[in-house]
Design a protein around this ligand. Sequence first.
Ligand code: 3H9
Length: 692
Amino acid sequence: MTAVTESVRLEREGDIALVVIDNAPVNALSFHVRQGILDGVKAAEASDAKAIVLICDGRTFIAGADITEFGGPAKGPSLPEAQGAIENCSKPVIAAVHGTALGGGLEVALCAHYRVGVAGAKFGLPEVKLGLLPGAGGTQRLPRIVGAAKAVDMVTSGEPISAAEALEVGLISEIVDDLRAGAIAFAQRAVAENLPLLRVRDRDDMIANTDPAVFDAIRAKIGRKTRGFLAPEYNIRCIEAAVSLPFDEGIAAERELFVELMSGPQSAAQRYYFFAERQAQKVPDIPKDTPLIEVNSCGILGAGTMGGGIAMNFANAGIPVTIVERDQESLDRGLGVVRKNYERTASRGGITAEEVETRMGLITGSTDKADFADCDMVIEAVFENMDLKKSIFAELDIIAKPGAILASNTSALDINEIASATARPESVIGMHFFSPANVMKLVEVVRGDASSDSVVATTMAVSKRIGKIAALVGVCNGFVGNRMLAMRRIEADKMIFEGATPAQIDDVIYNFGMPMGPFAMSDLAGLDIGWSADTSKGETLRDRLCESGRRGQKNGRGYYTYDPETRAKTPDPEVVEIIRALAEEKGIEQREVTDQEILERCLYPMVNEGAKILEEGIAIRGSDIDVVWINGYGWPVYTGGPMHWADHVGLAEVLERIEHYHSTLGGEHWRPAELLKKLVAEGGSLQGHTNG
Ligand code: 3H9
């Protein structure tokens, strides 16, 4: 065994040389790995070895370029130099894949003459998720093996394929049982049978007759989902280049587009988010060795939209759920919706019919809370009413076994007060899911004053296990997400009286990249939540809208009118008139409100509130706030979330505008956060601010 660099070594098994990469945790292509591959392969080529196996230690093959190196000074050999040593080697090079061959990792493997993998291996080019494209030949080599249609699908989705599929499409030559032994055996066979040194770059057979329609088809397919993102289109253009240009020209086109993406703000935001998401899982003041509570069963109180969605998350992860409703009819209705949701997924090919039954089989309905007695965790998901929640928690305290986690899905209420209804506040925590709970990724884990370390750590771990992205937040009204959302609402509601229309405001927010604006959101939720015809005084806009039969999407009329068939919304002049009349009564003069003013007045108070949330210690890090907004509200990840976005705009400019609105419009939500002022004075950033 010879060390080549700190992370690459050379080994020998008979005639076969092994270039072994060991760069924990994911064998990313740091400069010493690139150097090691280059020097290791060359040394093996110069030795009397007859073939070379490229293999990794640890849990995975190379998972890509080292993202932490991006944007820094160039160090060591480039990846193409290391790849060249493999591809142009005069002896067969076999890449042996386990775990994930991703991004630059797959691009390295594509330069080997042959690839083998274990059954659990996965192969993908996920750069699009970082706002990038494969920049080391991946877009030119992959279609030469799998064809343009498959390649364009892989680079635009970023999703990996399995070893079985890789074998089927010819990406690997063999699935081996034992990685090392299997790869060595393959290499020995390559030598014995004098197998040719296959260079993917020289192949044209799979791309020769590409139908250009595949590119329009993918554009049509992903257009809506990728609205606002640059990288998907750039990835498509690279595959187009692969089928229309000679290899070297295709590589040049790929490089040019890669450099453009890499130096642009979208990829910077998406790379920042990659680490933000992983960072959010870490709780600085909880020791890593904190014992976790075993959670093998979960009780859910409430089979409404929320409870049902939450139950699905647990069932999807294979965790048995007991779901309790107050009467059989509501229970049947709730379980019926869950089944329908699963069946819809199955009809689209997401899961098999058998999986529908397996998951439904994990959900047991009941009308008796006593059935929570054996659950390791119980989540309350009834409507928002403090007295009700307190009485429920007092009951759960009696029913649940000692040590069980008692969680509330409240979206705003005080977890400490809820916990005070029990004799075990240390077991109580908030788990704020977002609607629809089976789809939305975010869970705000709300740490009460008394929540124990084990309960916090376990709830974070359980959230991950059920496929969620958790952010730990403290107790305050609305926590992180809804508290910031409320600030946007204040200004949006004011601006429609000043002369902006609901559609204008929604369009500005939509064009910024959010899934919908505040008024479309109200229509979706229903305008009459908490409104009653008996008590309505016709004083507020909501009173007037509801009184004129506008209840939102559910009856086809709200701030917009909705097509009964397509549910497409159209701005409604009648609503604009109702608003105008009310503004007149209130003595508010209407004027033209610019899109820029709308953007500033909707987003800057959110940024300001985010800064206050940070200074109060409600969020651990600025980046956690971005994780909340991206996963709970669809904030466009290519702007990095409200904190990253504000940093990008420039905190001095943001503060200047907040001060301007504070002096002209007034209101506590415009009072500049002390932290914001401090960061501007010190040249700090919101995204990098941490209380940990
Ligand atoms: C690329 O390749 C560009 C090329 O085309 C062109 C070049 C010229 N770099 O996710 P985990 C860290 S772009 C640096 O929790 P898992 C991660 O931050 C790249 N660090 O584990 C975390 O650190 P910490 C294309 C990385 O088992 C730790 O490793 N490749 C990288 O749940 C564990 O990560 C990708 O986009 C990296 N590339 O999932 C793949 N990757 O413990 C990105 C991970 O301090 N990676 N880290 O928080 C992944 O998708 C997942 O990490 C993976 C493992 C599936 C591999």
